[in-house]
Design a binder for this molecule. Structure first.
Ligand code: IPM
Ligand code: MN
Length: 352
């Protein structure tokens, strides 16, 4: 197969982790007889430097023409104080502009990295494998916002339509059907009208999935349950802002944020794939960042956008073997002596 991939390395460690991931994709192409064509595009801080805009039109247009998007990370202190412009606007522009309404964020604890998990052993006994399905193009992130004329008040509106909730919950249900068939809808229905509507829509959507066990949790309780007993969760389905917060919490309880991939999906097979971690400007350019989250994001791309199951399995198995062999970047090294970003790429390719 021939696939055209839009590649947005972005800022900070983004370029380094993308470089290794493209090498892994090339190795997969060779092994399985595929051709991956890459179009390199700018977004985030580097795009502000070269065009004055975090998301140049040509980047968005080129993404629309591609089969999927692979993104490193955007942002950094250099671009924090420009009035009205932030590198993160590139992410919102890509999500909205590409119609990527469902964000899949797995929180997996790797058995080989159990020691890095901050929770007590009895709590994580048996492993952790949670999939957060976060709504990504609605709610308070995309609602009306502004300030009053006198500058003494400000507002951000949380609004959801029935179709927006419905398509997100259908996505969550479809994913749950391939997992443990358990969805927890997280909301704040004791306070918010939007949340009460989420519950009504959920009742309708899940009526079509009688095998799925559905429960509802308020977000404050959910954030507590995530550290108290995370193994009760399979799929968590939630709004944009709650998903933002809970996915950071979930990533930390796995102990290895440098390992976590994500997928943002819309209608059809197109998707955008990126690591959960950010641009880590403090360690950029030093060949010490962990490329595995991005490499695993590429595996998600093969699985969800290209339907290349064996190829995705091959990457995930190679990553597993690399960990089994004790190869670690600094973030997951514990006491062991770490390898660099490039050497981690070499190690995964050698095990493909
Ligand atoms: C994330 C990030 C973004 C978000 C920011 C950078 C816009 O925190 O992907 O979770 O809030 O969605
Ligand atoms: Mn976030």
């Amino acid at each position: 197969m021939i696939k055209n991939i839009a590649v947005i390395p972005g800022d900070g460690i983004g370029t380094e982790v993308i470089e290794q991931t493209v090498r892994v994709l090339d190795a997969i192409g060779e092994k399985f007889g595929h051709t991956f064509n890459y179009t390199y595009l700018e977004a985030g801080g580097c795009a502000i430097d070269s065009t004055g805009k975090p998301l140049p039109e040509e980047t968005l247009e080129a993404c629309k023409k591609s089969d999927s998007v692979l993104l490193g990370a955007v942002g950094g202190p250099k671009w924090e104080n420009i009035p009205g412009i932030r590198p993160e606007q590139a992410l919102l522009g890509l999500r909205g502009g590409l119609g990527l309404f469902a964000n899949l964020r797995p929180a997996i604890m790797y058995d080989q990295l159990k020691a890095a998990c901050p929770l007590k052993e009895e709590i994580i006994e048996g492993g952790l494998d949670i999939m957060i399905v976060r709504e990504l193009t609605g709610g308070i992130y995309f609602g009306e916002s502004g300030r009053s004329e006198d500058g003494q008040s400000a507002y951000d509106v949380e609004a959801y339509s029935v179709p927006e909730i419905e398509r997100l919950l259908v996505q969550a249900a479809e994913i749950a059907m391939k997992r443990k068939k358990h969805v927890t809808v997280v909301d704040k229905a004791n306070i918010l009208e939007t949340s009460r509507m989420w519950r009504e829509v959920a009742a309708k959507v899940f009526a079509d999935y009688p095998e799925i066990k559905v429960d509802f949790l308020y977000v404050d309780n959910a954030s507590m349950q995530l550290v108290r007993n995370p193994r009760q969760f399979d799929v968590i389905a939630t709004s944009n802002i709650f998903g933002d917060i809970l996915s950071d919490e979930a990533s930390q309880i796995t102990g290895s944020i440098g390992m976590l991939p994500s997928a943002s999906l819309g209608v059809g097979s197109f998707g955008m794939y990126e690591p959960v971690h950010g641009s880590a400007p403090d360690i950029a350019g030093k060949n010490i960042a962990n490329p595995l989250a991005t490499i695993l994001s590429a595996a998600m791309m093969l699985r969800y956008s290209f339907n290349m199951t064996a190829e995705a399995d091959a990457i995930e198995a190679a990553v597993g073997k690399t960990l089994d062999d004790g190869i670690r970047t600094a973030d997951i090294a514990g006491g062991a002596s770490p390898v660099g970003t490039k050497e981690m790429g070499d190690a995964v390719i050698a095990r493909l």
